[in-house]
Design a protein around this ligand. Structure first.
Ligand SMILES: [Zn+2]
Ligand SMILES: [Zn+2]
Length: 333
């Protein structure tokens, strides 16, 4: 009898154990190539031409820009996944379209560019994706949250579940072995290289840290139909609105500009600037990126106080977006 009870108990316990051990969305095992794992890669600073004088030119407060390649990446001579080729092709095409924009300049088209930059960069990426969704810094009615998230979709930086998951991984392991995009792997890696290397960012495949979004039908819907919202609708809409110039400026140039501004937060703001807080990572406060990225350049402040809505905590550092968040927050109550 006791043995039977024991057996029954162990079966129940095993089932509970299996349930407790939450399965990741995808296989989380690290790839075997040393290239993907930082500890296994050869460490070493890269010397810049011109010797120490050249190094100093690039440094602020003795931080040597090129020395950030602590764990060098192999950018080209690696096995490219199918997805890497696909992403590289999309990036290449959109950059090529942006190069054509200056030949088709009209003020109407430029207005599309500027309006799109504010709508997708400020409302979409910084306000929605970053502040509201990734860090849960403020609350708003669902309809406002979903509208802002839709603006974020238009920035062609992937759907909210992907973006938020990557960003939470970044905060969970800033500038350590498990950071998705640290300049310690190289400046270009932190800027855009990581986006072209699925295997090198293997920790990104675990999206369980964005379960709060995955539970909502709206974000699952955006994930399933993402290319329609990010590519098809804006291009068709802008073409109907103002023909080719509006497409080139309002989509191609705007997407490229907003990409590089967002990416600069990951690269430039982890290399150049000043550290006001001892965060233990290499995040920096950088005024130029602060202005371009609607306040995101106060990145050292951000890593010190992740959920704070205010980036510029002190006088002299204009809290660019705080009044806006405050207003959106007010609308909700
Ligand atoms: Zn953040
Ligand atoms: Zn960061």
């Amino acid at each position: 009898m006791a043995a039977l009870a024991m057996r029954k108990y162990s079966r129940v316990a095993r089932a509970a154990e299996a349930k407790a051990k939450k399965q990741p969305l995808r296989d989380m095992t690290a790839p075997e190539t040393a290239d993907a794992i930082r500890e296994d890669r050869k460490k070493g600073a890269k010397r810049v031409r011109g010797g120490s004088k050249g190094q100093r030119f690039f440094s602020v407060r003795n931080r040597k820009f090129w020395n950030f390649t602590n764990w060098p990446r192999t950018y080209w001579a690696r096995k490219w996944e199918k997805k890497d080729f696909f992403y590289a092709a999309i990036f290449g095409l959109i950059h090529a379209g942006a190069c054509l924009a200056p030949f088709h300049f009209t003020w109407k088209a430029f207005a599309c560019f500027f309006f799109g930059y504010v709508l997708t960069g400020m409302f979409g990426i910084t306000l929605s994706y970053h502040r509201q969704l990734a860090h849960l810094s403020f609350k708003s009615p669902k309809i406002v949250e979903y509208f802002l998230a839709y603006c974020g979709c238009l920035a062609v930086q992937s759907h909210p579940i992907n973006w938020v998951s990557s960003h939470r991984h970044h905060h969970g392991a800033t500038d350590t072995a498990n950071d998705v995009h640290s300049p310690k792997d190289g400046f270009w890696w932190a800027h855009a290289g990581w986006l072209l290397d699925q295997k090198g960012t293997w920790m990104r495949v675990d999206r369980s840290n964005a379960d709060d979004l995955n539970k909502q039908w709206f974000y699952r819907f955006l994930a399933k139909t993402y290319p329609i919202h990010a590519l098809v609708l804006p291009i068709v809409g802008l073409y109907l609105f103002g023909g080719l110039p509006c497409v080139l400026w309002g989509f191609f140039a705007r997407v490229v500009w907003t990409w590089h501004v967002t990416w600069a937060v990951n690269s430039v703001s982890h290399v150049w600037g000043f550290q006001d807080w001892n965060t233990g990572d290499i995040s920096m406060n950088n005024w130029l990126i602060g202005i371009l990225a609607f306040g995101e350049g106060w990145h050292n402040n951000h890593h010190a106080f992740e959920t704070s809505c205010r980036h510029g905590l002190w006088l002299g550092k204009p809290p660019v977006r705080y009044p806006l968040i405050y207003r959106v927050h007010k609308v909700g109550f």
